[in-house]
Write a protein that binds this ligand. Structure first.
Ligand code: IMP
Length: 450
């Protein structure tokens, strides 16, 4: 395979941009689909012929028969959830026999989920009577992240701590597995005894070992060295699609730290999360909603805490796929979008949920940030506390009233919607290549704007 002929799909905001649908569309042009980061915290919805599939760990290409599906080493796998998802798909007639898991991926164990709960409860208790996160008053606080409680942070922390971490390959090595689980449960029992969390039972090593051994047997035929597998398949000419979970502004290095997830969600994570160097990737499609949303705590400069925000939430059905939590909604932040496109090396943008903005009246986009010192900047801000305090600089654009759900070409779009897309391309500095006007595969406009 020549250098640069693989593709990637990444979220440009705080997740839930509609990557699932975009991946599903692109997967049809690729023989291999690879997930490179995150865990069961992510949720992808794909609608095919009116039937909705919610995927958390299985890569989205599963709905295309024949596609090789790879869960890369950068993913943290909750085997119980993975097996549940496989069973759910099989029961609806979707075959999963071409799904493999990296032996280097890490395993989320029950004590990771318990610790996730425990940490969030600890942080909540420190903030009784106060809002989570950082405050506009300027005083930084240590607050809850608002995690999905799927054990993601504690599992990645174990990975970096090394000695007691369990990799998927260890599920097939009973002696090593026992030793690691006993050690990590023993270590955590100190925390549990000290904190005595209400409603979070102390994880028991023996039960976890038995469960993990059973998972190993059920997954045995799927566990492999995916690094060589991917290089072999690329050498044989297969086209590979890398799909990121979560999104750029939740990236542990490049997002709104500390209000982020614990993995490298941007395209920069592909190399570490798969063993395939990013120089092999020719196309990076950044997915952005036509407005912004965020779940959990953390800065969100364009948030609308008003009736307009509620309208976007209801029209866009903005409730989490994984946790069902209502999402915070706001206008499109072009400063953040441009930054994310830059960090990912996006070659194009897919704009999703454009139909949701119909009938909203005038639209606003944020084209700059007014900083605490009064200066206006078009650059994203690395510190969450400072980002919390920026004032958006708005540009107002004409809205449109027409229902877009049946539109299939750029020419059928109202002029104001075309102008809105052109604005996104101009601000982000890369063309809009795809527009989604509804959840179904068919509700898609292929284009090149900008
Ligand atoms: P964690 O990944 O469960 O540790 O959660 C960390 C932060 O990332 C929280 O604010 C979550 O709401 C957010 N988060 C994690 N995954 C997703 C996602 O797929 N979509 C939206 N938010 C997410």
């Amino acid at each position: 395979m020549p250098t640069g002929s693989a593709s990637a799909v990444v979220g440009l905001h705080w997740g839930d941009e509609g990557k699932g649908k975009v991946c599903d569309l692109l997967a049809r042009e690729h023989e291999v689909v690879v997930r490179y980061n995150g865990g069961a915290n992510a949720g992808n919805s794909v609608v095919v012929n009116g039937e909705r599939f919610a995927l958390h760990l299985v890569p989205t290409g599963v709905l295309n028969p024949g596609t090789l599906l790879v869960i890369g080493n950068g993913v943290v796998v909750d085997p119980g959830k993975l097996l549940e998802e496989i069973e759910g798909l099989e029961s609806r007639g979707v075959r999963t026999d071409r799904l493999v898991v990296s032996d280097r991926a890490h395993v989320v164990l029950p004590h990771h989920k318990a610790e996730d709960e425990l940490r969030e409860a600890y942080l909540r208790d420190r903030l009784v009577g106060a809002e989570p996160g950082l405050h506009a008053t300027g005083s930084p606080r240590v607050g809850q992240i608002g995690t999905t409680k799927r054990g993601i942070g504690p599992c990645y922390a174990d990975k970096v701590q090394r000695a007691m971490a369990v990799r998927v390959g260890d599920l097939l090595r009973p002696d090593a597995l026992r030793a690691k689980i006993e050690a990590s449960c023993g270590f955590r029992s100190i925390l549990f005894r000290e904190l005595r969390p209400e409603g979070v039972p102390e994880p028991q090593a023996k039960d976890i070992i038995d469960t993990a051994l059973a998972w190993g047997e059920q997954l045995r035929h799927r566990i492999t060295d995916t690094t060589y597998l991917l290089h072999d398949r690329m050498a044989a000419g297969d086209r590979v699609l890398f799909t990121g979970a979560n999104a750029t502004l939740l990236d542990v290095d490049h997002g709104t730290y500390p209000f982020v997830t614990s993995s490298s969600c941007s395209a920069l994570g592909i190399g570490v999360g798969t063993g395939v160097p990013t120089t092999r990737i020719g196309r990076v499609l950044g997915v952005a909603k036509a407005y912004c949303t965020r779940v959990g705590a953390g800065p969100f400069p364009t948030e609308l805490v008003n009736e307009l925000g509620d309208r976007i939430r209801e029209r866009g059905r903005e409730y989490g796929t994984t946790t069902g939590r209502p999402r915070r909604c706001g206008w499109l932040d072009m400063v953040a979008t441009r930054y994310a496109a830059m960090v990912n090396g996006a070659t194009g943008i897919a704009v999703t949920m454009l139909d949701v903005l119909s009938g909203m009246g005038e639209l606003k986009v944020c084209v700059g940030y007014r900083l605490a010192n009064g200066e206006v900047s078009s650059r994203f801000v690395p510190d969450a506390g400072e980002l919390e305090r920026v004032e958006p600089v708005w540009e107002t654009m004409d809205g449109w009233d027409e229902d877009l759900s049946a539109v299939r070409t750029v020419d059928e779009l109202p002029g104001a919607a075309r102008a809105y897309l052109a604005k996104i391309a101009a601000c982000a500095g890369v063309p809009v290549e795809l527009v989604s006007v509804g959840p179904d595969r068919s509700q898609t406009i292929e284009c090149r704007i900008g």
